[in-house]
Design a protein around this ligand. Structure first.
Ligand SMILES: [Zn+2]
Length: 328
């Protein structure tokens, strides 16, 4: 599906088959004999066909196209290398670019398995075999132009400022035309679904803290229309940001309740299996392993936040991290 939602700004809906996100909104901005594409789609047949059919029908010349990849996730980055091979120039935040490359490195997945084991999860050899980040990542090599916070990207009648919004990933970027009030929010602010805030390793803690700070940062901007990477356009960004802040406040209370209720120390898995998830599975044991890892990451980011704010405490035993309520 293609729609011109603002003058010379097209939304191209790219399907993400068998994924709960359903589809990715890529955005094409058309200038005078040049193009700017924001994000790409999974590196799989259905996404690729939809994207390239749309680009052809809009007469987009890859040689005259810059492609901004907002963050590492394969639904955004998957077709980056295909676009690059066709002649497009890639623009990415350097840390995210590094993480995109590591999606195809076994060591990255082994490290993630190691982290999940510290959560008390049972992780077998094939745990990540169905993970979309592993299957639909860009294959092969590419070069890119590094993007920095505050940098300006001009195209046609638009001028976009690069905004760094760590939280959903450590180096995700958004784009903001301040004069026109147009904001590309990637997976930072979404309508009707809440962005996953996970765990990025013990050297990258405080992701929920970072995410909430990034929400506050964006809340202060004069935004008229927000264009997210999934689901619908957001016409009331301030209200939606408030809802997301409220969501995490409730989530933190839920996690704190679970830790308190148990009365004894709990690990991340114990907490994740008791949390409320909007997923069609009968029980925690029936969660597909990618969903288990997302859920455990989400539990961990909230546990960390509670600990860092003195509401619970943590300790290590036999290479597993445990959380416990601080006695009054
Ligand atoms: Zn994402």
């Amino acid at each position: 599906m293609i729609q011109e939602i603002l003058p010379n700004i097209y939304i191209i809906v790219v399907p993400l088959p068998h994924n709960p996100l359903k589809a990715l909104n890529t955005y094409l901005i058309v200038g005078a004999d040049e193009f700017l594409l924001v994000d790409s789609g999974f590196n799989r047949k259905e996404s690729k066909e939809a994207l390239f059919t749309a680009l052809e029908s809009l007469k987009v010349d890859p040689d005259k196209t810059r492609v901004i990849i907002t963050h590492l996730h394969a639904d955004h980055s998957g077709l980056a290398e295909v676009l690059y091979k066709k002649g497009a120039r890639l623009l990415m935040e350097p840390g995210e670019a590094q993480r995109i490359k590591s999606l195809s490195e076994e060591e990255n997945w082994e490290n993630m398995k190691g982290d999940l084991k510290t959560f008390g999860l049972e992780v077998d050899q094939n745990f990540f075999d169905d993970h979309p980040g592993k299957i639909y990542a860009p294959k092969g090599n590419f070069t890119y132009q590094p993007l920095k916070e505050g940098e300006n990207i001009a195209i046609g009648e638009y001028s976009f400022e690069v905004i760094l919004v760590p939280g959903h990933t450590p180096g995700m970027i958004n784009l903001f035309d301040r004069k026109k009030g147009i904001y590309f929010s990637a997976d930072h602010v979404l309508d009707s679904i809440t962005p996953n805030i996970g765990f990025w390793g013990y050297d990258q803690e405080k992701m929920l803290e970072k995410y909430l700070n990034s929400l506050q940062k964006v809340q202060a901007y004069p935004i008229k229309i927000m264009l997210p990477s999934h689901r619908g356009v957001i016409m009331k960004p301030k209200e939606r940001i408030e809802e997301l802040q409220e969501h995490h406040k409730n989530r933190l209370e839920e996690v704190e309740r679970i830790v308190t209720k148990k009365g004894t120390a709990v690990n991340v898995r114990d907490v994740a299996r008791e949390m409320d998830w909007r997923i069609r599975a009968r029980s925690w044991e029936d969660f597909p392993s990618p969903q288990k890892s997302f859920a455990a990451g989400e539990a961990m980011s909230h546990l960390e936040y509670l600990r860092d704010h003195g509401r619970i405490t943590s300790y290590w035993e036999d290479n597993i991290i445990y959380f416990v309520k601080i006695p009054r």
